[in-house]
Design a protein around this ligand. Structure first.
Ligand SMILES: Nc1ncnc2c1ncn2[C@@H]1O[C@H](COP(=O)(O)OP(=O)(O)O)[C@@H](O)[C@H]1O
Ligand SMILES: CC(=O)N[C@@H](CCC(=O)OP(=O)(O)O)C(=O)O
Length: 247
């Protein structure tokens, strides 16, 4: 989709959005760019899980999601995180609409590995006919959930944003997080290839939530999204994740 920018905002990053973020969205909209926001909410899901004295189980940065965890995830993402982001957009006079996977079968998915992760999926289809007329007029805000038939699936938000950007052939994907990019010895790496990421993972320099983020970014770069950046602000390039011939 021409002129499309997909921005993923991590659960922590939502609480740290600066006025410049909203100003940039406004400038892009005025310039005719289409904007789709995918929000996380992992920290809030874990907080509620702990409050209810249930175990928080993760593997490779992915939440192991049984029925109870799925219910909590849906509650937090659609009842707490998404309205919080929509309210901030409203406060900055930006027109936005929040959608979930079940609206016109908006986001469809498939299971990742039920034995390992439970009801965790990846996004396989976006209802483009429904989306197209919405996008020029408003910012579309999405939670990282998908439907397989009538079964809801929890999707890592980085993976959701990358899949959506790939399926829609976005020009740009920003993975906004709470760090200025991929760090090595305290410095932001300006670029990152798959091969470099593998070495840094083996050296335990890339750990926890940064692992699925980089995997998602590489996937989007491979699928033809022209610019893929991991950063903490839209005005800073942070780390550009690039597709190389050595994958
Ligand atoms: N090499 C690295 N560079 C930067 N952050 C890293 C690295 N390795 C692990 N991390 C961790 O990854 C976190 C970002 O992932 P995550 O917490 O899942 O963010 P988000 O909620 O925005 O998706 C950082 O806050 C940091 O703690
Ligand atoms: C399968 C899986 O792990 N889903 C994530 C969805 C939210 C998310 O990714 O939020 P952040 O981007 O804020 O971490 C979760 O349950 O935490």
């Amino acid at each position: 989709m021409k002129n499309l920018i997909v921005i993923k905002i991590g659960g922590t990053a939502i609480d740290q959005l600066q006025p410049e973020f909203f100003e940039q969205l406004r400038l892009w909209q005025q310039a005719g760019r289409k904007i789709l926001l995918v929000h996380g909410g992992g920290r809030e899901i874990s907080a509620l899980t702990q409050k209810l004295q249930l175990p928080v189980k993760r593997e490779n940065g992915i939440r192991i999601t049984d029925q109870a965890a799925l219910q909590l995830t849906r509650m937090v993402l659609l009842g707490q995180t998404q309205p919080k982001l929509l309210t901030q957009l409203l406060q900055h006079n930006l027109t936005a609409i929040g959608l979930n996977a079940a609206d016109q079968q908006f986001l469809q998915g498939e299971l990742l590995n039920f034995t390992k992760y439970g009801y965790v999926g990846r996004i396989t289809a976006v209802n483009q006919e429904f989306l197209k007329p919405l996008l020029p007029k408003q910012i579309v805000v999405l939670a990282p959930l998908a439907l397989l038939g009538d079964q809801w699936l929890n999707v890592n938000a980085d993976s959701a944003a990358a899949a959506i950007a790939s399926l829609l052939q976005a020009d740009e994907l920003f993975l906004l997080t709470d760090v200025p990019g991929v760090l090595k010895a305290g410095q932001v790496l300006p670029t990152l290839t798959a091969a470099a990421a593998q070495c840094l993972k083996a050296a335990k320099i890339i750990t926890t939530g940064m692992q699925p983020k980089i995997a998602a970014a590489l996937q989007a770069a491979r699928c033809g999204v022209t610019h893929v950046n991991i950063t903490n602000q839209l005005s800073a390039a942070g780390t550009q994740v690039i597709q190389k011939g050595d994958l």
